[in-house]
Ligand binder design. Sequence first.
Ligand code: BG6
Length: 464
Amino acid sequence: MAKAVDLIIFGASGDLTQRKILPSLGHLLSRDGQNVRVIGVGRSPKSPEDFRALVKQASENDQLTATAEWVHLDYADPSTFAPLKEIVAGPPTTIFYLATPAETFSEILAGLTVSGLVAKEDITRRIVVEKPLGHNLASARKLNAQLAAAFQEEQIFRIDHYLAKDTVQNVMALRFSNSLFEPVWNRTLIETILITVAEEEGIGKRAGYYDQAGAVRDIIQNHVLQLLALITMEPPTTFDAEYVRRAKRAALRAMSPIDPGMAVRGQYEGYLDEEGVDPDSRRETYAAMRVAIENWRWDGVPIFVRTGKALTRRVTEVVIKLRDAPMLRIAGRRQRGIPTLIVIRIQPDEGISIRIGAKRPGTRFEMVPAGMRLDYARLTKTALPEAYENVLSEVLAGGHSAFPGAEEIELSWEIVDPLIRAWEAEGHPETYAVGSWGPRAADDMVAAGGGGRWIVSGDEPGTL
Ligand code: BG6
């Protein structure tokens, strides 16, 4: 049996633990057979039996269920951490996972330190913090400083589960292990980059968190900017975590703070009636914006990103649109080419497709858009792992390649902070219909900004 690990989850009766952490852990352990004990921590009392029932239901793993414990404490009062200390005394690796709202991180970190549960010298203790880290640049800096005071960098795992998605990790493989793509990956040949992170669902039961956060803090500051950094960074020296972080930092540093004049926000119809939402809330559930990268590779390339809840369908995709071929004369006439699209589909139907122009079979010389596609799931016989499975597997192994570094997170806040501030000073956002693609103004912004139009593969001729 592998070495024992104690996984202490703060916020263990919450949505994230139930929907993501425990199911992924259950799956991972039934595959890899690690010896993990879960200790749930929360602010309300619970019997071990009640918690075990939750663990059983979410993880479907008997070993996790049988050994699970519950500790109830007051995050703000370090003296209440003592019972936790008694329980975790034993195994070689102890992981503290903060699956609680970011505003509780500071007090929990203080409690862990003061009670002696963690110490900087003790590298058997690891800390995992969920995104978003902080609610703006200043608070993120504070939290990073607090983490750095209590832990060494190798003990810290800042989650951005997008980095743990296989399809996101494949961006590096695509760009840097194929000589086909990298030569065109620059301002000379790329006309525009469009990123869509669309969700069909509304906010569900997460008003308590979401109505404070909004789309920019929830998705753009972390998932989208990390994805964009991987798409636009220079080749890292090696694929080791530190070199990849370095390359991403340089990319993020070249991104200008978002210009509120090149951004559109929206709120879905009915958001104000969602349970727990402030009836007068001005929070955005949709955000679209232009990101400008001022460096040698990307200067002047229009890059647009958008995200939203309650949109037409769930799709996360990066579309790279290449410039038209310089000249196409067919049957004595100059014709418009069909721009090549490289589409990286993060989810669902994970894959990569390329839309090209081809000759329609027949006696006439006529061009048609045509697609070629790599279906990512076909590269493996097993199901693609959930991102959280990869996250947990790396935390257990002590690897860092799927985690952003402290500075990347701060640089990302620097990029979005001016936009957040501008929007917080404004009135109600425009509403958009549930099931639409969001406010019209976002289409106008892309057209006016040289990005053409938003593209989602499947809706676009020739894409697959
Ligand atoms: C989370 C956000 O980080 O990512 C959620 O807090 C969002 O609002 C989720 O729904 C999307 O993740 P995925 O993996 O389903 O794209």
